[in-house]
Design a protein around this ligand. Structure first.
Ligand code: ZN
Ligand code: ZN
Length: 367
C-alpha cells in the first residue's frame, strides 16, 4: 500500500496524525512564476494495442491532475486494425485533442511509438506533426523523419524483459549511432511499474533526458491503484508559463524529474531545486527558555520525503530518520545545547535519487 493519498492534499501540523483537507493543487511547488509541469509521454488506446478509446485517456489525465499527455500508438503493431480500420495514424491524437478546452489544465500532443525488434527496440517520438510519415520499412528512416519534424525522440523500456532477458538496459551500436548523431534525446528510466538503474546511468553518461512514463494499455486506476492514493509514473519539467514550446524546450535541455511510486529521480541540480522548493524549515524557536530547538518543517510536495539527518546533534523526539508526509507540516525537536539563531542542518533524502543507489544530500539553512 502506498503511503500517500493524492486527493487528500492538505496542510496540517503532523503531530497527532490529524490531516486536514485542502483544494487540489500541483504535485510540486515552484518558487516565483515557475511551475513543475506533470506529463505522461507514453500511452496507448484501441488505435494500437490499448483497451480504451482516446476519450478515456483524456478523462483519466484530467482526474489525475496531469498537465500534458502524448498519444503514442504503435505505428507498426495494429492488432485491432481489422475491427477498427484507420489509415490515419494521427486519429487517436485528433480524437483526444478535440476534447480539450484551451482554458483547461490538460494539454494533449501527438506522438508515435516506432515499434521494432532490438536494436533499436521501441522508440517514441512526441511533438510529431504527422505520424503517418514516420511509417517506413527501416527504423532509421522513421527516426530521421521524426527528427525532421522536430520531434523529441526517446528510447522506450530499454530494460524490457522481452528484449533483455536479464532486465539490464544496455546500449547497442545502433543506439550509440543515434545518440552521437543527436537523433535520440531521452530514455525511459521508469516504464509502467519498472525502474532501471542501468538506464539511469546510460542517461547520465550520455546526457540523455531522464523520463518516466506509464505506457498504459488498460486503465491507470487498475495499474496504479489511483483510487487508493497511488499515481502513475510521471515526468516533470520546471517552466515559466506552460506553453507546449516551453515544455518541449525543457525536455530537450534534459531538465526533468521522474516521480515513480515514492521516488523522485533526476539529475542532481534538478532534484536539488525540487527539494529546496518543496521542503521548508520554519523559524527556530526555543520554547519555555529551554535549549531544545523546535522546528516546523513543511513538505509542500505530494511525495513523502524520507529524511536522514547527517549532523552532530541528537533529536529530542523520534529519531534522526523520519518522514515528511505530503502537504503536511512536521514538528521536530533538536538538542542544540546552546540557543542558535542561524544553523545549517545537513540531510540525506533517502527517496531522492540522483544516480543508481545515490541519494541527494542537501544542507538546509535555518534562521
Ligand atoms: Zn513499447
Ligand atoms: Zn508502448
Amino acid at each position: 500500500m502506498r503511503m500517500f493519498k493524492k486527493f487528500l492534499f492538505c496542510t496540517s501540523i503532523f503531530i497527532l496524525g490529524a490531516i486536514a483537507v485542502r483544494a487540489q493543487s500541483s504535485f510540486f511547488k515552484a518558487d516565483s512564476n515557475a511551475q513543475w509541469i506533470s506529463m505522461d509521454l507514453h500511452i496507448h488506446t484501441v488505435f494500437s494495442d490499448g483497451a480504451v478509446w482516446p476519450s478515456i485517456r483524456v478523462e483519466e489525465a484530467r482526474r489525475e491532475g496531469l498537465d500534458l499527455i502524448a498519444m503514442t500508438e504503435h505505428l507498426e503493431y495494429q492488432p485491432h486494425a481489422e475491427d477498427l480500420p484507420h489509415p490515419d495514424r494521427n486519429r487517436s491524437f485528433y480524437i483526444a485533442s478535440e476534447m480539450i478546452n484551451p482554458e483547461e489544465r490538460l494539454q494533449v500532443i501527438n506522438g508515435s511509438e516506432i515499434t521494432r525488434e532490438m536494436p533499436p527496440g521501441h522508440i517514441n517520438a512526441v511533438f510529431v506533426k504527422d505520424a503517418n510519415k514516420l511509417l517506413h520499412k527501416d527504423s532509421l528512416t522513421g527516426i530521421q523523419e521524426a527528427n525532421k519534424q522536430n520531434a523529441f525522440v526517446f528510447w522506450n523500456h530499454p530494460n524490457w524483459d522481452a528484449h533483455r532477458i536479464d532486465g539490464i538496459a544496455r546500449l547497442e551500436p545502433f543506439h550509440n549511432f543515434l545518440i552521437s548523431n543527436k537523433l535520440l534525446h531521452g530514455i525511459e528510466v521508469v516504464n509502467e511499474t519498472t525502474f532501471s538503474e542501468e538506464a539511469l546511468q546510460i542517461a547520465l553518461d550520455n546526457d540523455l533526458t531522464i523520463l518516466g512514463t506509464s505506457d498504459i494499455h488498460g486503465l491507470t486506476d487498475w495499474a496504479h491503484e489511483i483510487s487508493e492514493g497511488g499515481h502513475r509514473p510521471m515526468t516533470f519539467v520546471r517552466v515559466n508559463g506552460k506553453s507546449v514550446e516551453a515544455i518541449k524546450k525543457a525536455l530537450f535541455s534534459g531538465n526533468t524529474i521522474v516521480w515513480y511510486e515514492d521516488l523522485v529521480i533526476g539529475k542532481e541540480d534538478q532534484i536539488k531545486q525540487l527539494v529546496s522548493e518543496n521542503i521548508r524549515f520554519g523559524t527556530p524557536t526555543y520554547p519555555e527558555d529551554k535549549l531544545i530547538l523546535q522546528l516546523d518543517v513543511v513538505n509542500e510536495s505530494s511525495v513523502p520525503f524520507q529524511m536522514e539527518y547527517l549532523g552532530e546533534y541528537s533529536f529530542h523526539q523520534g529519531s534522526s530518520i523520519f518522514i515528511l508526509e505530503p502537504k503536511t507540516t512536521t514538528r521536530i525537536q533538536i538538542k542544540t545545547g546552546t540557543k542558535e539563531e542561524n544553523l545549517t542542518l545537513p540531510f540525506r533524502i533517502l527517496n531522492a535519487l540522483i544516480g543508481p543507489k545515490k541519494f541527494l544530500e542537501h544542507e538546509f539553512l535555518v534562521k
